[in-house]
Design a binder for this molecule. Structure first.
Ligand code: ADP
Ligand code: ZN
Length: 537
């Protein structure tokens, strides 16, 4: 049925933004919000969330329904968006710490006059009593058109970016009944989503969930042997002359890795929060402008970086959780061209991440959440099947059984598997026997020596050569044993304790010892002599 007059939303899209069509769920969301409905929008970064509230803001203002208040934690983003809107002839402003008191007064006058179409503000501004009183007066006059809560995952402790101030936003629902509210986020795991709904009282909101799949990103997770060398070889094989990001956990490792890559002929710059602001800016500018630079960085790098042609994102250390992994790898391939997400992962990563959680000063509930999230990430690392299926499952997206993406390591080169059930039982018995004999626990290195019957000063001194588990694992290589132990830790059957990372059995180990749990492992590739001689990993 031909329709001569485009909808008001579509005219706004054409006239104000110069775009020809809405993307994905945008049209549905915009219609729903213009009609006064609440909405929860889950859309990956770059999906076009801004238009979901900007178009309704303009439509509602034109219809005499007043101003849209946009809650955002990011000052830079407010500046960019307000600048772009004003450029397009839409009257917009922001309230944040960058304004002096005259600036604030000016914005407040504009707000109360009803001329303003969009007002961006940080959450703590909005929930300030004085500001709420101003909103009251607008509300009474029917001049409060819409609340848009950007980065809504900040309201959730489960999310990676919890902000106390976001909790106060719950007040908007009661105080401004009848004003539609729109929450937007690029973090969509089920826990975070439930938190957003509860804390922002969005039980009646319609949820619009876009796919989080990034089909052009190829996921690869390799077993750590000597991560730096593995990375270098991979870069030389796959990414000569490409721009990319290498994430490391510590500042020191960032600097060492950047220096080392440069010395190996790969132009690399360091970036972390400990560098001077001036240097950070310079490195960021160079990364954005020049071609083929590698940024070696901590997680401090990336928020709001929009470089379309990042061809790879590498992780030399395990990220904190799947959201982190998804966000960081998501910085690759924004232009839609093929990009790689590569990660090296090993036993030490598991032990370190576990320890960081245990030793943090956070409360028990928070630690419990963090452990749950780490476990989900470890399951992704250990998985023998499609990585994309796992990743999307975490964000609540199911694929049909047996579906394979054919663009991840496990799909492209299905790993050889071996049945490690018996080996797992041997490892657990050995952990148990050593502990029983000595009265305290031991680290993985020693346990592997005992399993393989490798005589050392320590095995002699501790009298472990007489144990019933001495040498019961001679049939397996050291990397295989490391895989078994890593898997047992990842699955939670073994816990690590104290500064020496000694291993102990968890309650669930009993079922494994009884042979009730089958354990399948990826066949480790034999380490190459070169990497072995350097002996790191
Ligand atoms: P997000 O906030 O979800 O990360 P943005 O709102 O910043 O994404 O949008 C990402 C980019 O996509 C922006 O450059 C935006 O102008 C563009 N964009 C969004 N929607 C459309 C559309 N319907 N047509 C063309 N470009 C769009
Ligand atoms: Zn796959």
């Amino acid at each position: 049925m031909p329709n001569a007059t485009p909808s008001p939303a579509l005219s706004i899209l054409h006239e104000v933004f110069g775009y020809s069509a809405f993307r994905g769920h945008q049209a549905e969301i915009v219609d729903h919000v213009i009609a006064g409905g609440d909405a929860l929008v889950l859309m990956p970064t770059g999906g076009g969330k801004s238009l979901c509230y900007q178009v309704p803001a303009i439509a509602r203002h034109r219809a005499g329904q007043g101003v849209t208040v946009v809650v955002s934690p990011l000052i830079a983003l407010m500046h960019d968006q307000v600048g772009a809107l004003e450029e397009a002839g839409v009257h917009a402003a922001f309230l944040n710490s960058s304004l002096d008191s005259a600036g604030v007064q000016h914005v407040e006058r504009e707000l109360l006059s009803g001329r303003l179409v969009l007002l961006y503000a940080a959450p703590e501004r909005i929930t300030h009593p004085r500001f709420l009183a101003m909103l009251d007066s607008l509300h009474e006059r029917g001049q409060l058109g819409l609340f848009a809560i950007d980065e809504a995952h900040c309201v959730s402790q489960w999310g990676h970016d919890f902000r106390e101030e976001y909790l106060q936003l719950g007040v908007l629902a009661e105080r401004f009944a009848g004003v539609p509210r729109l929450a937007l986020t690029a973090t969509a795991d089920t826990h975070t989503r439930a938190d957003i709904v509860e804390r922002l009282s969005l039980q009646h909101a319609q949820a619009f969930v876009s796919s989080f799949d990034r089909p052009n990103i190829r996921y690869t997770i390799v077993e750590k042997d000597n991560a730096r060398l593995q990375l270098l070889r991979w870069l030389r094989d796959e990414h000569v002359g490409d721009a990319g990001i290498v994430y490391c956990q510590s500042r020191k490792k960032v600097e060492e890795t950047a220096e080392w890559l440069s010395a190996e002929g790969i132009p690399a710059l360091p970036y972390h929060a400990g560098l001077e602001a001036e240097m950070r800016r310079r490195h960021q500018d160079r990364f954005l402008r020049e071609e083929g630079l590698v940024m070696v960085a901590t997680v401090a790098f990336g928020m709001g970086i929009d470089k379309p042609d990042v061809r790879f994102v590498a992780h030399l250390d395990l990220p904190k959780n799947i959201e982190g992994y998804y966000q960081e790898t998501g910085r690759g391939g924004r232009d839609g061209e093929p990009a790689d997400a590569w990660m090296a992962y090993g036993l030490a990563d598991v032990v370190n991440q576990r320890r960081m959680i245990d030793e943090s000063t956070a409360g028990d509930e928070f630690k419990h959440l963090q452990r749950g999230k780490l476990d989900a990430l470890l399951a992704l690392c250990e998985s023998l099947d499609c990585r994309r299926v796992r990743l999307l499952q975490y964000f609540g997206e199911e694929r049909p059984a047996g579906w394979r993406c054919m663009n991840c390591d496990n799909c492209l080169q299905p790993p050889a598997r071996w049945d490690a059930t018996e080996a797992a039982r041997k490892a657990l018995s050995c952990i148990y026997r050593c502990h029983q004999h000595s009265g305290f626990g031991f680290g993985s290195g020693h346990l592997i020596d005992v399993l393989r019957g490798q005589s050392t000063d320590k095995t002699r001194a501790r009298g472990h050569e007489g144990l019933s588990t001495w040498g019961i694992g001679r049939d397996l290589s050291e990397p295989q044993w490391r895989g078994v132990i890593r898997q047992l830790i990842a699955l939670g059957h073994v816990t690590t304790e104290g500064e020496y990372h000694t291993l102990a059995l968890a309650d669930s180990a009993r079922a494994v010892l009884r042979g009730e749990v089958a354990i399948e492992l990826r066949e480790p590739r034999e380490p190459t002599p070169r990497s072995r001689s350097r002996g790191k990993g």
